[in-house]
Design a protein around this ligand. Structure first.
Ligand code: GLU
Length: 324
């Protein structure tokens, strides 16, 4: 159930950096079902933020794959909607405005440290921790010192200045229950815009979910670690954070996450091999425990069967050979 009092709005936000594979459509199916069960609006957003990794042909392919599988959307890059545009590449102006809002609150600073300096600091014995930080205290630099670095050709990334005394971020995950995270320890001064000027995923996803009035985010458990950062960003940017649900990842018997590397599990490859949408959806529904047997079923037939709180909290081991 969605605890948010706003109209239900969910989304699927794939990155067009390769062919969609079973792991992607697993998340898409569960996010779609959760919204459809509540009569909400389903948004398709293309996360083509990183120009080095995104390709338009993958966007075209993923739209086609989703349609073929019977997963539809109410707003998206092809049909528009009240919160257009639905491609991150066309929303960079919104991210720049959000950075201005963070700068006005003194929550970000330019960091001139090189990657090697940041890595060396993180691997020093006393600094062996996950959180990111700027080893040279760049937040203390004067304007003149910053200018001289820039004149010497150094391009800074922008980091959040995470207050040391920040209260723990608590949230009730729809799949995993209550989670609490100390952001100063877990995330530190994370990067919000890369040195090459590309806005970080953490910023873009929050601005998009906030702007698009997304009330619930159902996505893979690999993004659980990002959630506290995103809730904090929602708050400081003046948005209402959505409710989150992190569904288990699909892994193969060797313990590897199903990924774009396993070409035979790409939706396009399964199509070419003669699989039918109902066969693929039936298998995913079986892995999710929505049906007792892996029988042919279409997404619409599954509406009403999903209870996020009953999904496994552990990764689900699947034999890709069952389909591939
Ligand atoms: N674009 C991300 C991905 O494809 C998903 C981000 C999200 O759902 O928050 O993994």
């Amino acid at each position: 159930m969605n605890n948010d009092l706003r109209p239900t709005r969910g989304r699927f936000a794939p990155s067009p950096s390769g062919a969609m594979h079973l792991g992607n459509i697993w998340t898409a199916l569960l996010a779609w079902l959760d919204v459809r069960q509540q009569g909400g609006a389903f948004v398709l957003r293309i996360e083509d933020l990183d120009p080095d990794r995104s390709r338009p042909q993958w966007t075209a392919q993923l739209l086609d794959d989703l349609r073929w599988l019977g997963l539809d959307w109410d707003e998206g890059p092809d049909i528009g909607g009240p919160y257009a545009p639905y491609e991150q590449d066309r929303r960079r102006g919104r991210y720049a405005e959000a950075l201005d809002r963070l700068a006005a609150q003194d929550l970000i600073y330019a960091c001139y440290c090189t990657r090697a300096e940041v890595r060396a600091a993180a691997s020093a014995p006393h600094g062996a921790e996950q959180r990111e930080h700027c080893p040279n205290s760049c937040w203390l630099l004067s304007t003149t010192e910053r200018q001289s670095r820039e004149a010497a050709g150094r391009r800074p990334c922008l980091r959040v200045r995470m207050p040391d005394d920040i209260a723990p971020i608590q949230f009730a995950d729809l799949c995993r229950g209550v989670i609490s995270e100390n952001l100063a320890q877990a995330a530190g001064d994370f990067v919000i815009r890369r040195a090459d000027g590309v806005h970080a995923y953490q910023l873009a996803v929050v601005v998009d979910d906030g702007d698009m009035a997304i009330s619930q985010v159902i996505r893979g458990a690999d993004l659980l670690d990002s959630t506290a950062r995103q809730i904090w960003l929602h708050r400081v940017l003046g948005y209402t954070p959505p409710t989150f649900g992190h569904v288990p990842l699909l892994i193969d018997p060797e313990g590897h996450r199903l990924s774009k590397r396993q070409a035979s599990l790409a939706v396009a490859a399964l199509r070419t091999a003669g699989k039918r949408p109902a066969e693929i959806i039936g298998r995913l529904a079986f892995w999710a425990g929505l049906v007792p047997k892996p029988e042919a079923v279409l997404p619409h037939d599954l509406i009403g069967t999903l209870d996020l709180s009953r999904l496994s909290r552990e990764p689900i081991v699947v034999d890709p050979g069952e389909l591939g």
